[in-house]
Write a protein that binds this ligand. Structure first.
Ligand SMILES: [Cu+2]
Length: 239
């Protein structure tokens, strides 16, 4: 029952837009929880682990389900299992088959990831859900929105609002969680530069290895060896 409620809420939101979200907001009272998403890496063309954080319930109610809408053009998502939650990938057919980054033919894509609690997550306790996915090259520089419907028993809180041009997400009552994808070359240059600098430092350290200090140590060692040999010879002669 609950799963279809969330799907209906996300679909209604997708179709009817902001109007629906305002109606739902009015029904469930003022925003009580901020659901966010963050990635350990946001570089286009690479894999990332996105963490959906749920820090509160809905207006004091415990959370029973989280439905995450996956933005196009992301087609494949591998959700992490999370104790206390059943996880489901809601698939939809692609208009036509495509080939993924591994050369596999895909005829359907992941539309939503739905986590349903075995035991409701009490308000005031946090949980997080990890999604592994690849950020398509063509999303470089884009902000990707992952609208979320948080269900708390009979109540729902849709985190689905998308800022209009010039509007900041934190001006919104219930912003859709989002990440901004960075261009690979932007990300690429810096590490490369750092590498050369590091390499240069290494080279320099190598040079320094053959510096006067080393020579001095060498000389002292040789003198020591000489003295030792001399003392040994002297001792033998005396014997
Ligand atoms: Cu909050």
């Amino acid at each position: 029952m609950q799963r279809s409620t969330a799907r209906r809420a996300l679909a209604r939101t997708a179709v009817v837009g902001a109007a629906a979200s305002l109606a739902v907001l009015a029904a469930t009272g003022p925003a009580a929880a901020h659901v966010t998403i963050a990635g350990d890496n946001t570089v286009a063309g690479s894999y990332t682990l996105l963490t959906v954080s749920v820090p509160h319930g809905c207006d004091g109610e415990a959370t029973t389900q989280i439905a995450v809408q996956v933005p196009e053009p992301i087609n494949a998502v591998t959700p992490s299992v999370n104790p206390n939650w059943e996880v489901e990938k809601v698939m939809v057919d692609l208009p036509e088959p495509i080939t993924d980054a591994h050369g596999n033919e895909l005829t359907e894509r992941v539309d939503q990831i739905v986590y349903t609690a075995d035991t409701p997550l009490p308000d005031g306790l946090r949980d997080a859900f990890e999604l592994s996915l690849r950020l398509p090259e063509e999303t470089a520089g884009q902000t990707l929105y992952f609208p979320v419907v948080q269900t708390c028993g009979e109540a729902e809180h849709p985190w689905i609002e998308i800022p209009t041009d010039g509007q900041a997400a934190d001006e919104l009552e219930s912003p859709a969680p989002s990440i901004t994808v960075t261009a690979a070359d932007e990300a690429g240059t810096e590490p490369a530069a750092e590498a050369t600098e590091a390499e240069a430092a290494d080279d320099h350290a190598d040079d320094e290895g053959t510096d006067p200090l080393t020579y001095i140590a060498l000389a002292i060692g040789m003198i020591g060896a000489g003295l030792g040999a001399f003392a040994l010879a002297k001792g033998r002669r005396a014997a």
